[in-house]
Design a protein around this ligand. Structure first.
Ligand code: ADP
Ligand code: MN
Ligand code: MN
Ligand code: MN
Length: 361
């Protein structure tokens, strides 16, 4: 692909140039009008920002990102979190932003604003999240990376946590992404090869409150950039291949302070009871198209529950909510909501979970 085909040895000559003291390249990132895509653009700062509030508010052309009409197209970028830039290194930074409209109201796909307010209200309960981000690597032609061009790989079985050139496709991308996330300061906590070949997972967490969304969005940005370098594409589509192939989710592990304390299991069970009454509302919040994307994945097959039913169980990977076996044995810990789609907005997911289980809204 064109982006990876340019000569990286030639590039390195320029990347090695000294950067003047005090000059910082700040890559501003934001979520576009699809609620799934990430955009970014760069500017020079003449100081090293320590806090997002020190970074200037900026703007962009919302008519080119499905966020505004051409006649009223200026949108505002409000910096909200800063990470180290693993691509440019040095003092350069990634600056995650919230998007606001001309009237200073949050853009439709700015889910962070209301999420932040909810996390602030619930902060005494110290909500922790850990999201398992599944994704699929595609070749430039849109076909899964490493799959035969005129057919299919052997059936699922040997690929999950697999080892060997005939079992996993694309480990270079996974390794590069993990290191880059650690460098950036993202709370990445693990990764593994998934059930469908060319499908992988990384986990972020446990992260408290609004940090979950911030860290996962930056981890996704880094993943797309790494894939760009290697000339492959990452898709977060929840069911990239029809047929007997697993889909991709974003299992959301969740606990509050009282769930993590002795007798926390009773609080976990109470939370599950509340979740059982809000299934439809949660499904709507668990992908950017109000359940339409997840419909293809949550079939009741391939380690999923049906999109139409709510269920819960210890160690049950065919349920909406799973209580990990260790948690049932310890009597405290966390629950796993297996419903969120791989392309979910983690701000929307974590917000609705806290609204339902802590704020009783
Ligand atoms: P699975 O067995 O479902 O594949 P993983 O090991 O992939 O689980 O992911 C577990 C996730 O749970 C991680 O993201 C981790 O950060 C998160 N986690 C662990 N403990 C807690 C907790 N107490 N509260 C919330 N999340 C937690
Ligand atoms: Mn996992
Ligand atoms: Mn998984
Ligand atoms: Mn899981």
């Amino acid at each position: 692909m064109a982006s990876s085909a340019t000569n990286k040895t030639v590039l390195s000559k320029y990347l090695e140039l000294d950067q003047p003291n005090g000059k910082v390249m700040a890559e501003y990132l934001w979520i576009d009008g699809s609620g799934e895509g990430i955009r970014s653009k760069c500017r020079t700062l003449d100081f090293i920002p320590k806090h997002p509030k020190e970074c200037p508010i900026w703007n962009f052309d919302g008519s080119s990102t499905a966020q505004a009409e051409g006649s009223n197209s200026d949108m505002y970028l409000h910096p909200c979190a800063i990470f180290n830039d693993p691509f440019r290194q040095g003092n350069n930074r990634l600056v995650l932003c919230e998007v606001y409209k001309y009237n200073k109201k949050p853009a439709e796909t700015n889910k962070r604003n209301s999420c932040n307010a909810v996390m602030e209200k619930a902060k005494d309960e110290k909500p922790w999240f850990g999201i398992e981000q599944e994704y699929t690597i595609l070749d430039g032609d849109g076909h899964p990376f490493g799959w035969p061009k005129n057919g299919f790989p052997g059936p699922q079985g040997p690929y999950y946590c697999g080892v060997g050139a005939n079992r996993v496709y694309g480990r270079d991308i996974v390794e590069a992404h993990y290191k880059a996330c650690l460098f950036a300061g993202v709370d990445i906590c693990g990764c593994n090869a998934e059930v469908m070949p060319a499908q992988w997972e990384f986990q972020v967490g446990p992260s408290e409150g609004i940090n979950m969304g911030d860290h996962l969005w930056v981890a996704r940005y880094i993943l797309h950039r790494v894939a760009e370098d290697f000339g492959v594409i990452v898709t977060l589509d929840p069911k990239p291949m029809q047929g007997d192939w697993n889909g991709a989710g974003a299992h959301t592990n969740y606990s509050t302070k009282s769930m993590r304390e002795p007798n926390g299991l009773a609080v976990i069970e109470e939370a599950i009871e509340k979740l059982s009454h809000q299934h439809v509302r949660h499904i709507k919040a668990y992908d950017p198209n109000e359940g339409k994307d997840n419909e293809r994945r949550l079939t009741g097959l391939h380690e999923t529950s049906s999109i139409h039913d709510f269920s819960a169980g210890v160690a049950n990977r065919g349920a909406s909510i799973r209580i990990p076996r260790q948690v049932a044995e310890d009597g405290y810990g966390y629950l796993e909501d297996r419903r969120p789609s791989s392309n979910c907005d983690p701000y929307a997911v974590t917000e609705v979970i806290v609204r339902t289980t802590v704020l009783n809204e």
